[in-house]
Design a protein around this ligand. Structure first.
Ligand code: 7MK
Ligand code: ZN
Length: 876
């Protein structure tokens, strides 16, 4: 909370730190009423900075008990304190600062800094949480060697952890005990971690390529010990993969993961002490869906990969956040592609980009992959920084090819090991290692907005020449009215009656070398550019943006027949899927006025009956574009029309393909013991989407779902059946299953979250009242972010028809929740607001949505987080 209006911080104002901290010694006295932290910091003037006579340290919500320089207590006149800083007046060139602060983790509901999750002490310091622990230079370019002593009651907190190696430990005579930790790698404060609690562990070892043994431990509450196998297996796969694909070995003798229940995000890569949201570690077939199994694998990999892309080489400042996050998301996406199905992973990632990131890029919070300014950095942990940032790294990979990209990453890690660097340093390493010029490509880091490519073509029958004209344009975004052309890798192919055609660009030597001369990457760099292909036997159908080679919107006037043709013929799995989505979008568009084009139903019918296709891709293809994506495509959003159109097409498919769906549903049944492997996941995914269509078509399908619910041998099938019945069944059927499910799983917090989420997403009328009632349920709590996301987050962001209810009751619900969370957990409050920020595009609803934002803007004490989102959303 603050008094004055918060200020923006600008990248252009970056200055190196005035002092460096060579050593950080921390001593924690943890207790129920208060925690006392003693910090001894070895500071020295930074030779690279301008001398100044005041040293400003960051600190928030701290009570300063003692302060000394080189053993002498400071006079009142030697320092000043504000809500956010400690200023040391005329500090020596080099000195030891000793500060003793008192904090109250037991009352810390923001889940930032040191706090309590249930009975456990834990920390979350990224980005700026360390300043809630002690006064410090809380910025990523100040890297220090940490030595940490943790003392607490032996019975309540038998496990005491921090980063690095355990140096010593001892029981005291007063029923307490302590451990002493040293992390030899200098690190910024955001990577500091501490855990204290009654935890049990699952252990294993990993032997690195060079033959070192690493002890691996996953710490959880005793009741969850049987849910750690999958995370441990994922960790070992990640360690091996990073050695094989990037040549990166782990660098300490121990790697710990701790699972905590109250956590704002997915997980955190603290050096050798990763802290995870329980939802991203725990997995068991009885309680966890396939999707959640895959998320555990991806998040474990992501956090592990940060050890190099983030920890060994870190960010100079928070404007460079995508340096570590974009790169690490790219790395974890490639890992997941290698572990499972590459095409499916690509479809999933493109779907996130299109339905969430494109909307962010087109809204008031739009920012470049490397932002120029922010008010609250926590608001910039966005899909743009993460997912678009990963696409930018992927485009470099596409332009350089795998071998040069690997040379570039080797050079980057070698050149910058132990440093805090910038996105520019990353691109420079890629250039230096490959000899490629990426100067125009750098605009992807500085320009916000989603580029749009308009493609038109011309066929010259006489010469057999086919010409593509590619024009690019990027709409204005806040603060950026004009954009320069981007450097865009456009992967493409040409299809003829007999399949893929050989590509010969006019004027280029014939390509007899490459294995695949039917697919290539065009480099689009101009506002408008032509590419001519010669020697073609017939007028081709272009297959454009294969593998989603760039995060752009592509427009080409495909006919429905051409889309159906690409769906059945293209060699690129992503393009086949993309064609099905474009066809579905067109068909949903006209279903709003009545009929459903049989072309789509026939195309889906052929897919369903083709056993040679990967069932996971068939399931992805059958999935209709989300209501949010359809909303993003519309000029002004008509929530009801989108919902009705999409439902009409789903019903028509369920009825029109009833036999084929039922047949495939039956054929895919299996009594093999549960494995989260790609073959089984694919089969369950397709089978459950058949089930959802069958239930959409009528009562018989709902009965099938009722039966599946009762017979299910794993949570994937049980939860899918439950969601189907909740969405399509009658009141009696829904009540029966929901009560049964709660009775069976009320003691598994993560399963209860699924129960909340299924209900939050139900499109039936009156759902808002149900969500309101569930907020009073004893299992719900506004203090637990997973619960808030499962119920309120899912309702507001994934149930548009009910959230945008005509009477504005959905908006009021969000205002009520944000009002409370603004005071207790600003990060979660601000994230929940996202659906309201799109208000300008909602024709009939926009004034009500704006009023909701204004009600929040008028709250007496706005957190920086919420202040930034509401003010940016309301300014023109
Ligand atoms: C992922 C930061 C952390 C949003 C998405 C994550 C966070 C926020 C995990 C927290 C992470 N460094 O590893 O990126
Ligand atoms: Zn990350």
């Amino acid at each position: 909370m603050r008094d004055a209006q918060p200020n923006a911080i600008y990248l252009k104002d970056y200055q190196p730190p005035a002092y460096l901290i060579d050593e950080t010694h921390l001593d924690f006295q943890l207790a129920e009423e208060q925690t006392v932290v003693e910090a001894r910091l070895k500071l020295r003037r930074n030779p690279a900075a301008e001398p100044a006579d005041v040293l400003e340290l960051d600190g928030a919500e701290l009570e300063l008990l003692e302060i000394e320089i080189d053993g002498t207590p400071l006079d009142e006149g030697a320092y000043t304190l504000t809500d956010e800083h400690l200023h040391l007046l005329s500090p020596p060139e080099e000195f030891e600062l000793r500060c003793v602060t008192r904090i109250a983790p037991q009352d810390n509901t923001s889940l930032e800094g040191l706090y309590k999750s249930r009975t456990m002490f834990c920390t979350q310091c990224e980005a700026e949480g360390f300043r809630k622990i002690t006064y410090y230079l809380d910025r990523p370019d100040v890297m220090s060697v940490f030595t940490v002593r943790v003392e607490a009651d032996s019975e309540r907190y038998p496990v005491l952890l921090s980063n690095g190696n355990l140096v010593d430990s001892k029981a005291t005579e007063t029923g307490r005990h302590w451990t002493l930790w040293n992390d030899p790698f200098p690190k910024p404060a955001y990577l500091f971690a501490l855990v204290a609690g009654e935890l049990e562990k699952v252990s294993d070892t990993f032997t690195t390529t060079s033959g070192r043994d690493v002890a691996l431990h996953i710490f959880v509450e005793a009741k969850d010990l049987d849910k750690c196998d999958h995370a441990m297996r994922s960790l070992k796969h990640s360690m091996r993969w990073d050695e094989e694909v990037y040549g990166r070995e782990y660098d300490l003798d121990v790697f710990n993961i701790v699972a905590v229940d109250d956590f704002n995000m997915g997980a955190m890569e603290n050096k050798s002490l990763n802290i995870f949201n329980t939802s991203c570690v725990l997995a068991h077939p009885d309680t966890t869906t396939d999707q959640a199994f895959q998320r555990v694998e991806a998040v474990v990999a992501h956090e592990y990969f940060h050890n190099w892309s983030g920890n060994r080489v870190t960010c100079r400042d928070w404007f460079q956040l995508s340096l570590k996050e974009g790169f690490t998301v790219f790395r974890d996406a490639e890992f997941s592609a290698d572990m499972g199905s590459r095409a499916v992973k690509r479809v999933e990632d493109a779907t996130v980009l299109r339905s969430i990131q494109f909307a962010e890029d087109a809204g008031p919070m739009s920012h470049p992959v490397r932002p120029d300014s922010y008010i609250e950095i926590s608001n910039f942990y966005t899909v743009t920084i993460y997912e678009k940032g990963a696409e930018v790294v992927r485009m470099i990979h596409t332009l350089l090819g795998p071998a040069d990209f690997r040379r570039g990453s080797d050079l980057y890690f070698e050149r910058h090991d132990g440093q805090a660097v910038t996105c520019e340093d990353f691109v420079a390493a890629m250039e230096d290692a490959s000899g490629r010029d990426l100067s125009q490509f750098r605009r992807w880091y500085s320009q916000a907005g989603t580029p749009e490519l308009a493609v038109s073509d011309n066929w010259d029958e006489a010469t057999g020449t086919y010409t593509l004209t590619v024009s690019q344009h990027c709409p204005p975004t806040p603060g950026q009215p004009e954009k320069e052309p981007f450097h865009i890798p456009l992967k493409m192919g040409l299809l003829g009656d007999a399949g893929s055609l050989r590509l010969q660009i006019e004027g280029e030597a014939a390509d007899t070398e490459s294995e695949d001369n039917t697919s290539r990457v065009l480099e689009v760099t101009e506002a408008s550019q032509q590419f001519a292909f010669s020697g073609l036997p017939e007028r081709p159908v272009p297959s454009l943006l294969r593998a989603f080679s760039a995060p752009v919107k592509l427009h080409y006037p495909y006919t429905r027949e051409q889309l159906a043709f690409i769906m059945s013929r293209d060699s690129d799995g992503f393009s086949r899927w993309d064609a099905s989505q474009q066809l579905a979008i067109q068909v949903i568009g006209d279903a709003q006025s009545g009929a459903v084009d049989p072309l789509l139903i026939d195309a889906f019918g052929s897919l369903l009956q083709d056993d040679s296709l990967d069932p996971a891709m068939v399931a992805e293809t059958l999935r209709m574009p989300s209501e949010n994506y359809l909303a993003d495509l519309a000029e002004t959003v008509d929530v009801e029309a989108i919902h009705r159109g999409r439902q009409a097409v789903r019903t028509a498919i369920g009825k029109g393909l009833n036999e084929a769906l039922l047949q495939r549903y039956r054929a895919l049944a299996s009594d093999a013991s549960y494995q989260p492997d790609s073959a089984q996941v694919a089969a369950r995914s397709l089978r459950n989407s058949c089930l959802a269509y069958l239930a959409q078509a009528g009562e018989a399908g709902v009965e099938l779902a009722m039966a599946q619910y009762h017979e299910a041998a794993n949570m994937t099938d049980r939860q899918a059946a439950l969601a189907t019945v909740v969405n399509c069944g009658n009141e009696a059927q829904r009540t029966e299953l929901l009560e049964d499910f709660y009775q069976a799983w009320q003691h598994e917090s993560l399963v209860v979250n699924q129960w909340f989420q299924v209900q939050a997403m139900c499109p039936q009328p009156g759902n808002l009242e149900r969500v309101r009632a569930l907020m009073e349920h004893p299992a719900f709590s506004l203090r637990n972010p997973n619960k808030v996301r499962a119920l309120v987050g899912a309702f507001c962001s994934a149930n548009p028809i009910n959230f945008h209810r005509a009477d504005g009751a959905g908006y009021q619900l969000l205002v009520d929740v944000v009002t409370e969370l603004n005071a207790t957990n600003p990060q979660i409050a601000s994230r929940l607001l996202t659906p309201l920020t799109r208000w300008r595009r909602y024709g009939e609803r926009r004034e009500q949505m704006r009023a909701a934002l204004e009600a929040i803007a008028a709250l007496p004490s706005l957190s920086k987080d919420v202040y930034e989102v509401v003010t940016k959303s309301l300014t023109d």
